[in-house]
Design a protein around this ligand. Sequence first.
Ligand code: PEP
Ligand code: MG
Length: 551
Amino acid sequence: MPAEHHNTSVETRLRGIALSPGVAIGRPCFYVRQGSQPDTQPAADSGHELRRLRDALQELVRQRELLAEDTAAVLGAEHAGIFETHCLMLTDETLRMQLAAMVTDQGCSAQDAVRQVLGRYQAQLSAADSAYLRQRSDDIEEIRQALLGLLERTVDCRYCREATACSIGHCELGNDHILIGREIAASLPIETDAHTTGFVVERAGPDCHAVILARALRRPVVGNIVNLPDAIPARAHLLVDGDRGEVIINPTAETLAGYRHISRNDSEVLQTSSPVAGLRVMANISLSSDVGEALAAGAEGVGLYRTEMELLVAGRQLSEDEQATRYSEVVRAMGGRPVCIRLLDLHNDKAAGWLPPVGDDPGAPGRDGHLLLGRPGLLRAQARALTRASVHGPVHVIYPMIASVDQFLALRRLFEESTSDLPASGLQHGVLFEVPAACLAATQIMEAADFGCIGTNDLIQYLFAVDRVSGDNAAHAHFENSNVLWELITDLARAAARSGKPMAICGELAGDPGMTCRIMRCGINAISTSPAHVAGVRKAAKDACAGPADR
Ligand code: PEP
Ligand code: MG
């Protein structure tokens, strides 16, 4: 059971990766496998082990066929293919022969045979370069776990603070629950009942089947939340924000009020809208696969592509080719509209475990602008991938966490040196204004850069000493009640105007329709926000700016 180390009355935010959009509220429900037998069984006689193996394979095929039928009925035939593939794997003659040989020739127990043979396949596939093959490795892992579950008579179950063990398909209490698990099997979103409103998971990517099915079922998923289940106290109330990739533990009434307009039904359909005069509204995306949502929302470009999310989801550095494929996909899909792609922004709350640790001090070497200067290999591969993608359409490179013009120029030089052998591409280089020092040097920076963009999330954090990760909810009060931020935004817009270069805004503030008018009054005429907020921002720009009640 998870440790009760949190004060349950305090709001806490855990930052993860947005895998499936929407917002869900509920109590935590923990997903576990419970066993009645020890992990390793000594082999009985081989005839007995072969029968156990055959029965487990047969039973699992039967279960997956039923899942395929259920899935087809709920979501359509194309989604049922996931479980049909599992059936094909389970009935594969070569696999069955290899499993049987482990039992008869090596004297293994049925479960050791499953562990070893499927483990070998899984290891080979998970090391493959192809994303498709890596995905198949998840399938193998899922059937391996399911077979072991049958052989060891373990059962998947769920528990919360009130009920000690419900079955996966049935919540005893009938309350809305958020399912918490280290990993989620593809079968889980189908098998859980309608009371499971969202998922929080440690290890999952946007392409894994469970996430694809959760998206189809309109259930939000946040991934990359570490140390589960201990990170979530059993007595907490949870809000899962699948748009922002955030889990809010014990949200305050004020935080909940901010989500009032987002009901489950609202998030089910992405509203599309047409451009409005005087304001360019673009979309923030995290993964190349999000570009469909940007298009569906009718965005006039991608205003912020958070590329570090691609690496965090992959769990490793991506090669130049892999990055070029992803960036090109987005640029091509946007069909000539601008695509602003941010250089890797891997700081504390988005730290990648496979990079050396990054200091806590905002000024410490190793953070953001510094991070890339200190790791030219990372920048080089990304610079080349971006340059290659730019042959497909306009690419604007955003430099995050820049604190001075010198830092920007040093990074830009490294970028250009890394790509000097590639065909010239018309790339633009811009600065994300999110460090107060950069805002104070805006005139100088805008002389050196091709464009600017304001990142209000970090800017508010560093301006007001508000920790965006712990989420004490003071941030909203700051931008509501303080003129400092608005004066700064106005100054940045003026610096951009003097240099004759564009300035956009892309933090969370930009997606709040209540702020649209105020942002425009500061002299900003380009906003980038989550695809889900594009329509709302445009409506606010059209309706409210003319009315007396605007803020
Ligand atoms: C910001 O800081 O406002 C921003 C856009 O970047 P991120 O939220 O990814 O730090
Ligand atoms: Mg930022």
